[in-house]
Ligand binder design. Structure first.
Ligand SMILES: [Mg+2]
Length: 359
């Protein structure tokens, strides 16, 4: 059986950098604002909607923007501030789902097929997100809701600024048919021209071309074109790679002997175990012991077992065992000890119970 349709939201902040500047400086509100560094080679990072009315666009040379609108206010970009706001936006997303794929500071895909809030539809979720951004951050965002990423991204552009557009699974065909083929992701100038030479300007016309013809003309990319024209895009929302290791370490005030390390190892193991438990549903096969000698040599010893440590006591026992494999001369002193787990993996719900059933 085919998977049930996914619900993907693409959220795109409206004129993000310029909007942050206007929000934070009332003098800029309602004025044409261009975010760009000064200088002959500088390009526009963002333009407020007032500036766009003069034809100013992102990535345009700043000098050209100045010519188009001499009264525009130029503001140098402040990425530290934009990043901080971007983080706040992501925190709003995270109330609804953990499946977040940021594309840049001002755009992200969200998989809301299953949400934390239990809102009745992806449309409600998108609306709740936009409302929170407006009320809490005093900024606006646009959203596209669709069964996959590329359609959601095209849709978010449809009611910009401060709007949203929904493409339901049964609307995909009609939605795509009337679009220019150039709207499909990856179709730039070159592909557009090739398609035009084949008599194709709309997605509907693209659908009229057989797969072998597209493959002959575009190689591997031909199949992707064929699928995009039919609204097929299975690419998942990719979250940032989760950590594959966790560790904690301690540097001593005075260098210690190997058999004086035990209390520190226990303490560090406890910290690591607590963090591992927070990585719900994940376990680690490998335990790592790290030592730094008084003369700054770093030694690591590790043990990998099929199940890894199953409890804190296990973790402590393995870490202590590893101290017996530290083959340094008696009397060697250490300035640091670390305990870690590595090779973190996801486990299924069954194994998870077995592993974390609080023993
Ligand atoms: Mg944007």
């Amino acid at each position: 059986m085919a998977n049930p349709p996914r619900k993907i939201v693409h959220v795109d902040m409206d004129a993000f950098y310029a909007s942050v500047e206007q929000r934070d400086d009332p003098k800029l509100r309602g004025r044409p604002v261009v975010v760009a560094w000064k200088g002959a080679r500088s390009v526009v990072c963002a333009a407020s909607y007032e500036a766009r009315r003069f034809g100013i666009r992102s990535a345009m040379p700043a000098l050209r923007a100045e010519r188009l609108c001499p009264s525009a206010i130029f503001v140098p970009p402040d990425f530290t501030r934009y990043k901080a706001v971007s983080k706040q936006v992501r925190e709003i997303f995270a109330r609804h789902t953990d499946l977040i794929e940021p594309l840049s500071l001002d755009e992200a895909y969200l998989d809301v097929t299953v949400t934390k809030t239990g809102l009745p539809s992806a449309t409600h979720t998108a609306e709740a997100i936009r409302r929170a951004i407006r009320e809490e951050l005093h900024l606006t965002a646009s959203a596209g809701v669709a069964p996959n990423k590329f359609l959601a991204k095209i849709a978010s552009d449809f009611r910009k600024p401060d709007g949203h557009y929904v493409v339901r699974p049964e609307q995909v065909d009609a939605f795509l048919a009337k679009l220019p083929a150039a709207k499909l992701p990856g179709v730039g100038k070159v592909t557009s021209q090739k398609l035009e030479s084949m008599g194709v300007t709309t997605v509907e016309e693209l659908r009229g071309i057989e797969l072998p013809v597209l493959e002959a003309r575009f190689g591997r990319w031909g199949r992707r074109l064929y699928e995009l024209a039919r609204g097929i895009d299975e690419s998942p929302v990719r979250t940032e790679r989760p950590a594959t290791q966790l560790s904690a370490e301690d540097t001593f005030e005075q260098d210690l002997l190997l058999d004086e390390l035990t209390p520190f190892i226990e303490l560090l193991a406890e910290k690591v175990w607590a963090r591992l438990l927070r990585e719900e549903g994940r376990f680690a096969r490998t335990v790592v012991l790290k030592l730094k000698t008084a003369d700054f040599r770093v030694l690591t010893r590790s043990l990998t077992t099929p199940t890894g440590p199953r409890s804190l006591a296990d973790l402590v026992a393995i870490a202590k065992e590893l101290t017996h494999r530290v083959d340094q001369p008696k009397g060697t002193r250490y300035r640091l000890v670390g305990v870690g787990v590595a090779g973190l993996e996801d486990v299924g719900p069954f194994t998870q119970l077995e592993l974390f059933d609080d023993r």
